[in-house]
Design a protein around this ligand. Structure first.
Ligand code: LIP
Length: 280
């Protein structure tokens, strides 16, 4: 079985360790402020601001307000950096470091009253798509769960101050597998077919509704593998670094980089097994 190598095609370092540490500290502070705003707005109810790809794909006023807070805080400290945000698009395209922001990942959970949502903030270099960027910093903060995950490339992944390590191998009892389903009904049959194909190696399936937290939970050893088709760049940027810094790999279906076509993540043995099954 060929094992995926992960993100080994991009290894150059943009930004000194000190520059990255400053941005990591800022990302942690911003995530705390953004999470507090999300909680405060949620306590007052949910105001729908619109829809995106379908009626199921909603934007709330909190998504917009939280992203605005994050953008303003980044620009106040690093006006030369790029920003790619779920709600506000691209700013300063071509900057050597770009912040990739999902203000509320798991918006449907947020609107429905589930705690499984997160502020996801990454800093990447080398491009503004997962196919060509290198994740440098990742922060995933779940305000309603009181958990904040963080990583700087080369420095390990952490939940608070606790260092994270991904699970090894394939468990004898079967793997705890997380996945997700996009908002486009046309893709659901394919998504379900892939779930059926991985069931022979599954202990059970989880569909929790926030990709950044699926990746964070994988980094923390709470899950064995996670795969999903149709993810956007901001869904995966920060969480992918948490996984690689915890010793895992994050790949696509036909190359070593994830994209909206597919993301598969876990330890290399687990990922190879899932890739074999879903590629059949
Ligand atoms: C969501 C993801 C979720 C995925 C949805 C969507 P949003 O992000 O985190 O797991 O299945 O397709 O992308 O839209 O709540 O930021």
């Amino acid at each position: 079985m060929t094992q995926p190598k992960g993100n080994d095609n991009l290894s150059r370092r943009v930004g000194s360790p000190a520059e990255l540490t400053r941005r990591r500290d800022l990302a942690l502070n911003i995530a705390a402020e953004a999470g507090a705003l999300a909680l405060e707005m949620r306590a007052k109810g949910v105001a729908l601001a619109g829809h995106k790809s379908s009626l199921a794909d909603i934007v709330t006023e909190a998504d917009q307000a939280v992203e605005e807070l994050i953008r303003n805080r980044i620009l106040a400290e690093f006006p030369e950096d790029g920003i790619l945000g779920e709600e506000g698009g691209v700013l300063n395209d071509g900057a050597s470091l770009c912040w990739v922001v999902d203000p509320i990942d798991g918006t449907v959970n947020y609107a429905s009253g589930f705690a499984q949502y997160a502020v996801s903030i990454a800093v990447v270099s080398g491009g503004i798509t997962p196919l060509d960027w290198q994740e440098e910093i990742g922060v995933v903060s779940a305000p309603a769960l009181g958990e904040t995950f963080s990583a700087v490339r080369g420095g390990g992944a952490y939940l608070g101050r606790q260092r994270l390590t991904i699970n090894e191998g394939i468990p004898d009892a079967g793997a705890l597998i997380a996945t997700g389903f996009g908002y486009d009904p046309a893709t659901h049959a394919g998504d379900l077919a892939r779930v059926k194909r991985v069931m022979p190696i599954a202990r059970d399936i989880r569909r929790m509704g926030a990709a950044s937290l699926d990746l964070a939970n994988l980094a923390a050893g709470r899950l064995d593998v996670y795969f999903e088709r149709g993810l956007q760049p901001w869904d995966m940027a920060a969480g992918a670094l948490l996984v690689t810094e915890a010793g895992g790999v994050v790949v696509g279906i036909d190359c070593n980089r994830p994209s909206n076509k597919m993301l598969v993540s876990g330890n290399a043995t687990m990922v190879a097994a899932v890739l074999n099954l879903i590629s059949e």
